[in-house]
Design a protein around this ligand. Sequence first.
Ligand SMILES: Nc1ncnc2c1ncn2[C@@H]1O[C@H](COP(=O)(O)OP(=O)(O)O)[C@@H](O)[C@H]1O
Ligand SMILES: [Mg+2]
Length: 501
Amino acid sequence: MKIEFRNIHKRFGAVHANNDVSFIVPTGKIYGLIGENGAGKSTLMKQLSGYFSSDSGQILLDDRPVKIVSPADAVRQGIGMLHQDPLDFPPMRLLENFMTACNHGVILPQSAALKAFNDLCKQFDFDLDPNAFVNEVTVGERQQLEIIRLLWLGVRTLILDEPTTGISAIQKVKLFQTLKKLAQQGMSILFVSHKLEDVQELCGELAVLKRGVLVGTLTAPFDERKMVQLMFDQAFELHPRSDVPLGDSALDLKDVTIVEGPNRMEHANLQVRKGEVIGIAGLEGSGQRLLMQSCAGLLRPLSGYTAINGIDLSGKGYPFFEQNGVAFLPADRLVEGLVSGMTIAEHAVLLAQKEKRPEGKGLFINWKAAIEESDSRIKDFRIKGRPESTVNSLSGGNQQRTQLALLPAKISVLIMEHPTRGLDIESANYIWDKLLKRRDQGACILYSSADLDEILQYSDRVLVCFANRIHAIVPRKELSSEDLGYLIGGKSLSDLKSLAM
Ligand SMILES: Nc1ncnc2c1ncn2[C@@H]1O[C@H](COP(=O)(O)OP(=O)(O)O)[C@@H](O)[C@H]1O
Ligand SMILES: [Mg+2]
């Protein structure tokens, strides 16, 4: 089935997630859709599969303009999507799941469904047990189940959104074989990915999205340099940075493994010295969040050694890290950072209590002192708010300024997720000025950002997470934005060296 996107627009509030996207996916091909996090890939695919409607623009199937009103409607029109985010699976057997949403019009006897199930498994060499429970099988097996289910429903276009995340190497080989076979049989396949290798292996053509805009289409064999150039921003000025001498080791990780639900960070080794700034890059879910949370004592690693300023804190909780000078500014300012409903002055009291300053001591809170104190912090950090303003009434930029204003006086390790996400340039620069002052006073800084410019601009070293590991740690001076793009996409440093030749 030929698919055409024509001038598709989709907004979420201020975010223009798809901005005038037009391209054609030919019949019987595996077509790649690539772009960094937040580029708008899933949003576009969800319009084709009936989960979202477009704000404007048209989708044409075999040159016929269509309206796709729901996922079931999409399936009726021949389009099925495998999702990036695992859907909730009730404790249902594989065969029962296979039979759900069946639109064959009649209620088939279970024996017929079982036959279809087995035939399809055989055809694609899937080893699925129809009586196993869906919530107990692996991600890869659920994916196989979903593929045969959609095939049985008669789809002629299959959308896979980041399908190689969370499946084993063997399952990936099988998935790729299946997709190639399906394309040969005339199925159109849309393959969404940020992994250069995967699209290189699989796709004949691809489209690149950046910040909602289609920035290019390419034909195989793909020039990886070109892919990376299209995916990531190129032109920016590198800010020269003052060379603050590095001090002793502030943070040490040796072979740290962290597991939280389905997320992992395995065998992390890292040493950060006083005065050093480490930018952490990687696509969402590559393990960086776990790494940062464990460095702050917010998650207990399964194994490994963690020390702050040479003091062994392995297995200890957040209070110990806090006492030893670790501060953590989470991405979710209002959920984990600030207490919604509390005022700036109340936060200042909490801080005074934590730091055991006189204003915070004793039975009675000295409100006059607390208000004066927060007033001076508000001025110092140019927060648009008052001591009695609740933090949830502040804008995002002012919430971030408030978090910074409320950092304890003594910090040796400052860990931040997306410190300037959602802020205007002026606020972002201001916040970095304040952060670098902390660095100049001897704190080391670890921060994550999805903005490669921000990573390259402020880091001394760049740490890249990929597939639940620290994939590379590279001195900033040796790293171009292009190479950073490659590393984030899973290329290794040695690949880059050979590319350069
Ligand atoms: N349901 C939603 N509500 C609000 N914003 C959304 C929603 N879905 C996606 N977005 C935003 O749209 C942009 C594109 O997201 P998405 O399509 O998921 O990107 P990608 O799949 O390329 O990583 C992002 O800024 C994201 O935050
Ligand atoms: Mg996505």
